[in-house]
Design a protein. Sequence first.
Lengths: 318, 381
Amino acid sequence: MSLALTLSVSFWSDQFVNGLTTGSLYALIALGYTMVYGVLKMINFAHGEVFMLGSFAGYGALVAMGGNDLSGPVIALAILGAIIVAMAASVSASVVIERLAYRPLRNAPRLAPLISAIGVSIFLQYLVLEQTSARAKFYPDIFPRGSVAAGPFEITYIQLFLIASSVAMMAVLYAIIQRTRLGRAIRAVAENPTNASLMGVDVNRTIVFVFILGAAMAGVAGVLYGLFFQTIRGSMGFIPGIKAFTAAVLGGIGSIPGAMAGGYALGLAETVGRELLNELPGINLGNQWRDVIAFTLLVAILIFRPTGIFAQRSTTRA
Amino acid sequence: MPDTPAPAWARTALRIRWPLFVALVCLLPFALSDVWVQMLVFVGLFIVLGLGLNVVVGFAGLLDLGYVAFFAAGAYTMGLLTSPGSPIDSGLNFWLILPLGVLIASGVGLLLGLPVLPLRGDYLAIVTLGFGEIIRLFLINRDDLTRGSQGLSAIPRPELFGYRIDSFTAWFYFVIAAAVLVGFCTARLRDSRIGRAWEAIREDEDVAAAMGVNTTKYKLLAFATGAAIGGLGGVIYASFIGFISPAAFSLQVSIDVLAIVIIGGMGSTPGVILGSLILIGIPRILQFRETGDFLARLEWLRDGLNGLIGAVDAAAPGSIGRLPPAETWGAQLADDTRFIIFGALLVMVMVLRPSGLWPSTRRRLEFAHEESAPPAPVTAA
């Protein structure tokens, strides 16, 4: 294939930045999937809804603080407040879910917690749909417009904010996992719960913390999603959820750096990758095919390389 | 366990319980109005689908979240070949397309089954879910073939011995016949060598392979069987509704059918029937005018509750709305709250009664086994 691309440099750099933006969101959500899978070997199907709840809580907080009337430096405070409220909402939802729907099934056959998780996901999605009469809500349009240029790249402020705050959150999480006592406990439980409990780790408490950390990331992602895409609705959790799961698998499920890398890889595959495919003769995939790309990628990875493309050590197949 | 032998009449009843049940069901259209019969057609259709998924999930233990793909394969075979709006309208007879749709669906089942063979448990669930979504997105986006979201309409209805299957009652008998056929076949499969191989795979795939079960072959067979039945359901659905569009083949269908199997009791035929009645039947019944008329008698309850709400409201004015008229309760429950209840039900069944509402005998013994309590007396299952 000739590398003579038909489109301009700015088009490709735009696609790249867009990929990084959605990739950041996928990465943040993917962390929750991968950590829970790491300790429980279970797909937390309701994680997409935890993200959705965070987004709605952040919306509620922003509106309560003045919504579209906010201006000046107060906006920064309001967004910070919204993020904190969203984290709190996601975390509390996640803790309740773990306690009611997952913990009683810790020793049940493997299908049981998965089905229970699907139940929670349906429950939350339709609960919010009913409360909002299935109508979309619109995040206040308060984020300053404008963009910065760096070489061929032009990044809007909101994109910059989204990417930067995701990276910051992931750095914090990574530090918690690698440097704190709690992080060591989480890694120990992921390695072997029985041995960890023999070494004095409170396994139940550690698992709750895993849910808390994952939900906090999802809550932040919820607010960032709202600020960036503006439109939120009760059913918004499904597609980002499944894509974040794809990202987690892409990076090797159970691996935290893998989830981050997988998120960006998927974000870029959907934007830059799709446009590259379109450069091939006879292919013209519109934007509506991006979900197909993600699902196909998911199926392909699970089939051909279930340990993920970045996996270092081989783990047992699911 | 030393059981006292059941009396002769009980054994006879046990032997003829299915024919008896089907005969009783066949009398239903004489007692019910059209909307009820229509509701039962849907229940019957989902019994067919549930029995099909039961083979995959209940017998072989392969969690399939993309069952709608096979349902869609059957329905679109029917739609594409007979709808006047389709580019490949062939005008073929229903009875020719029926086996074709079943064949194509089982082909799709093999196509899905082959690559996912090495996957287990929840990975399998996610891949099948992705597969189901790919099929749906494909149906939407390849609109040159499928007319996209506009769908295919005017799908003709079948004729049998010169008699057009047109009325709800005729469809009812048709669907019952399909359900009986499928129920019979799956029960025979379950009790055969194949069924035992599936069960061995479900319990422990590695051990099954070590004992000489060809796991590849039997897993593929489970996928193909389940898919074929899903395809049958799809053909019937397309012909019954007369119109298909991608919106009818969302993940929701997969989850509905899975929930029927799970809530009813994995691997259990009566469980599938019960599950379908509860999950497909009740939401429709709630919307009937008769239900509304019946609920209208509860107006006093609404007044009472609204009085209570008013008392609470007095303390914090404007915080709570009043209840709507009692006769609309059923419809509201069915519309808005259906999925909320449905989700909660899935969780509750898993937590409180993981073997389902009407588990198969063997499953029940399996689950009872964990506590040291003696096994429950064996009843019809």
